[in-house]
Design a protein around this ligand. Sequence first.
Ligand code: PEP
Length: 251
Amino acid sequence: MRRPMVAGNWKMHGTRASADALAQGVRQLAIPDSVEVAVLPPFLHVERVLEVLADSPIAVGAQNCAKEPWQGALTGEVSAAQLADAGCKLVLIGHSERRQLFGESDELLSRKFIAAQSHGLVPILCVGETLEQRQAGRTLEVVSEQLGSIIHELGIGAFFNAVIAYEPVWAIGTGLTATPAQAQAVHAAIRAQLAGESAEVAQGMRILYGGSVKATNAAELFGMADIDGGLIGGASLNADEFGAICRAAGC
Ligand code: PEP
């Protein structure tokens, strides 16, 4: 039995005051113990959010980390060691905005993935196709390549302590959501790919869906056999809406 997870990606939103207020709101949510919940604030707000959520079951993570695990002359980067030292538990790897806008390659992402794990952070590996790729019928091929390249670099063993998020690029921040059946088909393919390497990894892997998840569509998506929760962008900026999504994962 996989424990569902819901993670809120706050992206580059907020001020110190609004991040504080959002964290306070999240802290007060009534969320079933059966659901693992995390928030991923901008780097600058991580420490304050950690303070607000101290002694709560809600984990704090980051949206990115450097490929170098420790420290170094990498101006503007934040390392996994620094995130772990601050108290982060998870980190997004390969969000489509990082892949598309910052040109992050699968090879670079495998280094970030292992850097995160080397400091005890759980990587949430994001995969997903663009609209063009979906329309060309290439969805499963693209997702399988993204996942396959990390497996090839690091081995399936690296996936014992990781989470995967399937996020169709065309559904992120657009208000368009994959139908439950569309999402389930990709999630099942991801699990089948993992099963080809290790039945144990495949069975235990949480595969989150992300892309315009809201309180109104969450239950239907999370009700699918291979969807183990969600990675939530816009809707995670409203504590009440985020709480309703978290509760939908516990049904
Ligand atoms: C995301 O940023 O990972 C995301 C899924 O965004 P949204 O929920 O706003 O589509």
